[in-house]
Write a protein of this length. Sequence first.
Length: 330
Amino acid sequence: MLSEMRTFVNVHDDLKCWGVDPHPKDWGWKSRNNPEYGYASIWHNLITIRSKAKEPLPPTQCEFYDVSLGKMCNMYCPFCYTNAYGLGQVYPNVVDKIKYLFDNVWYDKNVAPYQVAIGSEGEPTIHPDFIEVLKTFHENGVVPNYTTNGKIFTEPDSNRDEIVKATDMYCGGVALSANEHNTYWREAFDFISQTSNIKINLHMIASDLNSIKYIQDIMKEYDGRVWTYVILPLVANGRSKKCMTDEAYDALVKVINEQRETGKTQVAVGARMYPWIIDPDRPALTGVQAHEPEMFSKNLVLDEHIRITPSSFDTRTTLWQAFDDPKIFF
């Protein structure tokens, strides 16, 4: 498999031969080869094709990271798994920390990530250095993406115009949290769509049968206007005390399979869907390539220690940190 992947990189110049619809921006090719983990991959226009690794990649050598700029948020979602809130912490010096990582940790192509998703613990667009963060990742060859509740894009007096311009220039895509209680995401979708060429994903939470009906309605309403629908299961973490029900998953499978057969917009599911996907007693999702959560990704917390944790659902378990004493550098 590894030799086949290397041959693919050398011979082919387009993912269409794999039946993959490439991203409209040309991000070029990247490849990684970590034989000690039985892992090799190629990346082109936000699509990763990889061998099946023997074990999880080391915390500092993942191909993808969620990135936390802090725990502050301008909303108070009832199911927020990180318990972000208005007076939450904004991590300082995040641009310097990112540059430190590229200089000292991600120093060559076999250890640097392909892309990052900025959000993790809070709302990234309200961080004062957000635009500079996007630029810094981009200038170091890593594609930034981010997840937002969209509220800032509904505020004419905010820096939304600058954010959209930077998003268009530096990002692979933006994900809007398109959940029922969020009254901002539709207006934000319209604003971003009308002022940029960026591809928009919709993140939706699957919890009970009512949420599945909502997801189905949104899929029909926005079909062909969205790059990807991303379905995330409700988990008992942070402010949420409940998990997605089994009957909700069973209903969701039917909705997703129908969308994949007849719809124009592709569908993806979050890593936390893994236990249901591999359960032989549950209905099967078609076209899903499942791997263990955190196999190829981790969560990067840009606090005073610069920590890597298993995921944005688990930010207390530190797998690696740059500094025991943050005063050494900052």
